[in-house]
Design a protein around this ligand. Structure first.
Ligand SMILES: [Fe+2]
Ligand SMILES: [Fe+2]
Length: 202
């Protein structure tokens, strides 16, 4: 069993996004292994790779959200930016000689798990609709993918575990999700309703 196991509730069923998330999870597991064997050189290199790859993933994900016209893209980007700032801050502490391995692993695990299984789920209906419209596949497949992404019961996460990432922006996201839940009863709005019911934004 690895430090961070991939479980089906993390699948967004958007191929590019899932592939990149799995690479991030693998980086976290490698970081944990380096930390366990006290290989500080390897640890430093993995942190750098992780930041670089995270920025790349966020950029791809943000483009997808924008192309799909996801209404909460702005807030989602702010959440991404705060995460990168936080990891860079910890990386700086490490450069100053602090042993940050465990702190960083805890934050990465909690944050990434919550972000993928809750925040990223928010854009799935919009992105699937967009991909279907682009005719990568048809609308029925898109609907099936949305259903699949929401079929697994989500584990709840205590928001107090990552207070640094919760602020007024996420409250705005919550409000907006609530408003959008009034949409018509198609599969996409049902998926949005699911997100609302998670009560993850505080
Ligand atoms: Fe993501
Ligand atoms: Fe994201």
């Amino acid at each position: 069993m690895s430090y961070f196991d991939w479980t089906p509730d993390l699948d967004t069923h958007i191929e590019l996004v899932d592939e990149q998330h799995k690479i991030l999870v693998r980086c976290i597991n490698e970081l944990h292994e380096a930390n366990q064997r006290k290989d500080f050189e390897a640890e430093g290199k993995i942190i750098e790779d992780l930041i670089r790859y995270t920025v790349e993933h966020f950029s791809d994900e943000e483009k997808l959200m924008d192309d799909a016209g996801y209404p909460l893209s702005k807030q989602h980007k702010q959440i991404h930016q705060r995460f990168v700032d936080k990891v860079r801050e910890i990386q700086q502490k490490r450069r100053e000689g602090e042993d940050i391995g465990q702190e960083l692993l805890g934050i990465l695990h909690n944050w990434l798990f919550t972000h993928i299984s809750h925040h990223d789920k928010g854009f799935i209906p919009a992105v699937q609709k967009y991909l279907a419209a682009k005719s990568s596949y048809d609308e029925l497949e898109a609907e099936a993918a949305v259903r699949a992404a929401f079929q697994n019961p989500r584990r709840t996460q205590n928001p107090a575990a990552f207070p640094a990432f919760i602020d007024d922006d996420t409250a705005a996201v919550n409000q907006s999700e609530n408003n959008n839940a009034q949409e018509s009863e198609d599969i996409f709005s049902k998926a949005r309703q699911n997100i609302k019911n998670l009560k993850i934004w505080r």
